[in-house]
Every structure is written in C-alpha cells, then in structure tokens.
Design a binder for this molecule. Structure first.
Ligand SMILES: Cc1cc2nc3c(=O)[nH]c(=O)nc-3n(C[C@H](O)[C@H](O)[C@H](O)COP(=O)(O)O)c2cc1C
Length: 347
C-alpha cells in the first residue's frame, strides 16, 4: 500500500537515483530482531538454517548497508555484493534502466562497489542473530589475474558471511563469463576451494542463463568434482526476448519478467543433470508466490529476487511467503523441503 503510493515518485527519478533513495530510506529503519523461523518455510540448505526460502538477490545491496534489515519484509536471507577486492566505480552512467512495460530491468553497472575491506568493516558490526547473510564476490575489471581476485575475496570475506557466492556470470565485466568454461572453471574452483580450507564457509556458484548444453554439462561436472555447496541459477541474460519498451536495445543484462521462462528452463536442465546431489537456488523473473512455488517444485531449495521488487515493493517477499504456505497446505505438505523438486519426481 505504502509502496504503491511512493512508486510514482521513485519512477519519476532516474533509476539509479531511485535505487539510492530506496537504500537511504531502508537505512533509516531500525535493525530489529527477526521473528522466529516459520516451521513451514524454514529449511537447512548447504548446512545453513534458512528461516525462509525467499532471498534478496545480489546487486541490490552491493556494499552491505541494509542486508540485515530485509527480514522486516519477509526475506529469509540476503546476499550482498558483488564485492571486488578493490573499490571500483563501474561503468559510466546511465547504466540502469527500468523497462516498465516489460516489468524488467536492464543493467550494465559493472560491479560498482566500495570494495571488500570497506564491506568487511561494516559486516564486522552488523547485527547477525537470526539472519542469513551471503557474500557475493567477483574480480576487479582491470585485474591482471582474475583467479587471484577470487582467492583474495575468499580470504577477505570468508569469515564474515554465512556463505560465499562465486559470481562468474555478470555480463558487465568483459571476459568474466569466460570463467564458466570447463578448464577455466576447474582452475578457479580448485584455487577457491583450496583457499577456503577445510570445514569452512559454504561456497555457492552463480551461473548465467546464456549457456549451451555442453557448457551446462561441464559446469555440472565441475561443481560436483569440486564439491561446491549450491548452484544459483541464474544471473541476468544478454539475450533479448521480445520486449515492448524502447529501452530494450540498451546493452547489459536483462532481468525481471522476460527472464522468467529462460531461468526456469535452466533450473530444470541443471536439476536433470544434477538431481538432488547439490542444492539449487532459483533466481530470475520471480514476481509472485505461484512462480516461486513452481521454481521450488522444479528443484530450487531456495529462491532469490530483485527486479520484481522494483515494481511490487519490498513486501513482495512477505506476500510470496504467505502464498507459499497456502500452496503447501493445499498440497498436504508440512515443510517447504517436501516440495523441492516434486515435479521432477512425478515426471
Ligand atoms: C541492477 C542490478 C544489479 C545486479 N547486480 C548484480 C551483482 O552485482 N552480482 C550478481 O551476482 N548479480 C547481480 N544482479 C543479478 C541479480 O542478482 C539476479 O540474479 C537477476 O537480476 C535475476 O533475478 P531478478 O529477475 O529477480 O532480478 C543484478 C541485477 C540487477 C537488476
């Protein structure tokens, strides 16, 4: 209700200014104490107890300023970043576009962030009780050795989050997504798992939706070989399904409603390759409980969202939680884990 009143004001602003205004507004909210986890919606994934299945996707809170407050809106976890070892400005503006007719966003931010040291200081004092905070790490644009940047990220951030996400799928750092190819990925994951050491923070890998069948098979083999703890499917797409908005030709990654079908298809394909050997996290175009439930039934243990929040407001997560509970009750299930992959089992 409040968001539908504020939305015209935010939409009047340039998209990036609106985003900063949103972060400023959220930073005024007290941290508060998360409610006890809901027995129907809480689950343990990759050894972590998630109070709810709906997460804030990376990119919204790059520097970790408000992640600990998102429980107020029903988020069960929040992923901050992408954080690079050194601070960087990202690409020139404008670099963030709302495609309202398509309920979509295009961004070519280019990992603008204040760097890992700055975020580490903030994380050290962030209230953590009852919260799950993931940290998404990447490489600086001008890094001479990208693998070394990820290793730096593991050392700098590995003790500060509940999990680390290795982001090799953003389209806005030239060449980054080449790390998804078999030899490069194996080299990267070897270096990262070695840097993490034994019994340390769970490692999640985030992939692009723009992957050919052979790429997906290679990634599936690599995540199993290197015992990666979860796979996030997916980042934004460089593809352009038919769009209504005149901004559809802007370069960068497309997210929101037009990504929905592609991201769901990729999740199903990875589930077919991996079964339940590794938890999957579904992201891409999720904007309501029905879509969230479908993603879970297709094999996602958790889901993440960002773009739909631009159109629906932050309480979208709470609405999805309420809808998920209705679907679980309708299907005679008592906990979200019972729904994970249920459609693949029935097939
Ligand atoms: C403005 C913007 C910035 C993003 N920045 C990042 C980022 O820094 N790191 C990352 O892994 N994903 C980033 N993403 C991708 C999201 O985390 C998510 O994977 C993608 O947008 C699909 O979900 P959605 O359709 O719900 O937005 C960004 C997305 C948007 C819209």
């Amino acid at each position: 209700m409040i968001y539908s009143l504020l939305r015209p004001i935010f939409f009047h602003l340039d998209a990036e200014k609106a985003h900063h205004a949103t972060l400023s507004a959220l930073s005024c909210i007290p941290s508060g104490t998360p409610k006890a986890p809901d027995p129907m919606l809480s689950s343990t994934v990759a050894g972590i107890c998630f109070p709810g299945p709906v997460g804030l996707a990376a990119g919204f809170d790059k520097d970790g300023k408000i992640a600990h407050k998102m429980h107020h809106f029903g988020f069960g976890f929040a992923e901050l970043g992408t954080l690079t070892p050194l601070p960087q400005d990202g690409n020139p503006r404008p670099r963030l576009f709302r495609l309202a007719e398509d309920q979509a966003v295009i961004n070519r931010m280019g990992f603008n962030n204040g760097g890992q040291q700055d975020a580490a200081r903030r994380l050290a004092t962030m209230p953590r009780a009852g919260r799950v905070i993931g940290i998404n790490i990447g490489a600086n644009k001008d890094a001479a050795d990208r693998v070394a940047d990820y290793v730096t990220g593991v050392h700098a951030m590995g003790r500060l989050g509940d999990y680390l996400t290795i982001n090799i799928s953003s389209p806005n750092t030239p060449g980054l997504r080449a790390l998804q190819s078999k030899a490069a990925l194996d080299e990267l994951l070897s270096a990262i798992t070695q840097a993490r050491g034994d019994k340390a923070i769970p490692l999640f890998l985030k992939v692009a939706p723009d992957l050919e069948p052979a790429d997906r098979e290679d990634i599936a083999a690599s995540v199993l070989d290197h015992k990666i703890d979860a796979l996030i499917i997916s980042n934004t797409t460089i593809s352009r399904p038919p769009l209504q908005s005149s901004l559809g030709g802007e370069g960068g990654g497309l997210s929101g409603a037009p990504l929905h079908d592609l991201a769901l298809e990729r999740l199903r394909q990875f589930r077919a390759l991996l079964g339940d050997q590794i938890p999957l996290i579904g992201a891409g175009g999720i904007s309501n409980a029905q879509q969230a439930y479908a993603r879970i039934r297709a094999g996602a243990s958790l889901i993440q969202l960002y773009s739909a929040m631009v159109y629906e407001g932050p309480y979208l997560a709470a609405r999805i939680n309420a809808g998920l509970k209705k679907y679980l009750k309708r299907d005679g299930l008592t906990n979200i884990t019972q729904a994970v992959g249920i459609d693949t089992r029935a097939a």
